[in-house]
Design a protein around this ligand. Structure first.
Ligand SMILES: C[S@@+](CC[C@H](N)C(=O)[O-])C[C@H]1O[C@@H](n2cnc3c(N)ncnc32)[C@H](O)[C@@H]1O
Length: 241
């Protein structure tokens, strides 16, 4: 990342930091293929942004001013790449901690030569807090986040009140938050968290889920959920104001 795109700005503490940092992932040292490794080494300067503890200038990073979509926990990045290719008028930023997944996405991005895609390989909770300016995003997507089904692990779920309140501060007025899961108890919790956030309004109406959006492709995790007989829940909310 160039110094220009990571210009420090005064610390902005007008939005509440998440009360206690969420540890929503366990570092998996899954097999990384040689091609993924080469993509991480060779294509990072083209698509990757290093974590920096300062607000970044996303216009400078993308080289234009356009609406921006953030996908958190993109897995192998197939949805992110498909969306960036299908929607060239918007810029797409992805955050993922799993390096083989990041390598997989970089391989596809380099092959497709997609101009409107950037990636951060770091904890999204820290990235949101430190790097993303308020009101900078048109849409945020969290698709099939780890459900952490055991009660003692619920504190590891990404979709929690403080984090969702912080996500809302990063959305522009009228911006959208889109969540999807195949884990019914988590879907109920998402509904309660989103409807409990005063800055957001459930697009489908109180207590309702949204229809599957046409941009959402079938991911590995969704396919697995469907294979287990799970229903899939989409939840879309709009930032008020
Ligand atoms: C169940 S997978 C879903 C992947 C993808 N969204 C899909 O639908 O196929 C959840 C992903 O979120 C990532 N993840 C979890 N917590 C994260 C965090 N705090 N920051 C970045 N990525 C995170 C995990 O590494 C994992 O790849």
């Amino acid at each position: 990342m160039s110094d220009e795109s990571a210009r420090p700005v005064p610390a902005d503490r007008s939005s509440p930091p998440t009360a206690r940092p969420i540890r929503s992932f366990v570092r998996r040292f899954g097999r990384i293929t040689r091609a993924q490794r080469q993509a991480l080494d060779g294509d990072w300067t083209r698509f990757g942004l290093d974590f920096v503890p300062v607000r970044v200038d996303l216009d400078a990073i993308f080289g234009r001013r356009a609406p921006r979509v953030l996908e958190i926990g993109f897995g192998n990045g197939e949805q992110l790449l498909a969306s960036a290719l299908a929607d060239p008028a918007r810029d797409y930023l992805g955050i993922e901690v799993h390096r083989p997944g990041v390598g997989h996405l970089l391989l596809g991005a380099a092959k497709a030569g997609v101009p409107n895609l950037r990636v951060i390989a770091h904890d999204a909770v820290e990235v949101l807090d430190a790097m993303i300016p308020e009101g900078a995003l048109d849409e945020i997507r969290i698709l099939f986040p780890d459900p952490w089904p055991k009660a003692r692990h619920h504190k590891r779920r990404l979709v929690q009140p403080a984090f969702v309140a912080q996500l809302a501060t990063r959305l522009a007025p009228g911006g959208r938050l889109h969540l999807a899961t195949d884990w019914a108890p988590y879907a109920e919790e998402m509904l309660a968290v989103v409807e409990g956030c005063p800055a957001l309004e459930n697009e489908a109406g109180p207590g309702c889920y949204s229809p599957r959006p046409d941009w959402r492709i079938l991911s590995r995790f969704e396919r697995r959920g469907l294979g287990l007989g799970h229903a899939v829940f989409d939840l879309a909310a709009r930032k008020r104001g």
